[in-house]
Design a protein around this ligand. Structure first.
Ligand SMILES: [Zn+2]
Length: 158
């Protein structure tokens, strides 16, 4: 999926979380920062992605394939666990952001190494083609829901 699709979907999850969570303001901010960080981070294995096109990720990309081990549940658990040892809220936000990214790539035709290393093949849930019409529709719909969640509560119908 495209960068912007990942962002609008993560924003949707974050707004949903903000509505439900009883956590302090500081915790909500930390959760949000790490949620978006993870969403963006997952594509470091692609030299075409917003984050992965930085030269210092090249050596890493020589070792791992795009949508390979970084796009796996195990990697999501592993990194979130490391973060958990430092900060639980950050870890939870990171985990949600990571899963959000994996889920969206999982529904694309290209698929991901979801169960790496147990199953070393890309698997895909639907045939959504990255950057094509279905993704555009998805993007616009989620964006509209985001706008509604952001501003809808301020609009009162008299
Ligand atoms: Zn990805």
């Amino acid at each position: 999926m495209l960068f912007r699709s990942h962002i609008v979907f993560s924003l949707f999850l974050y707004l949903f979380y903000l509505d439900l969570s009883q956590a302090s303001f500081a915790s909500k901010v930390v959760f949000g920062i790490f949620l978006f960080l993870a969403t963006i981070f997952v594509d470091i294995d692609s030299r075409k992605s917003k984050i992965g096109n930085h030269w210092f990720f090249r050596p890493f990309q020589w070792v791992v394939s795009h949508r390979g081990m970084v796009h796996s549940l195990l990697f999501a658990f592993f990194l979130s666990f490391l973060l958990f040892l430092v900060d639980q809220t950050a870890s939870l936000g990171f985990f949600v952001g990571y899963l959000s990214h994996l889920f969206l790539d999982f529904i694309t035709r290209e698929g991901i190494f979801l169960f790496w290393p147990l199953y070393r093949k890309k698997i895909s849930l639907f045939g959504v083609k990255t950057g094509r019409i279905l993704e555009e529709i998805f993007f616009v719909l989620v964006l509209l829901v985001d706008i509604w969640l952001l501003f809808g509560r301020f609009i009162t119908f008299v």
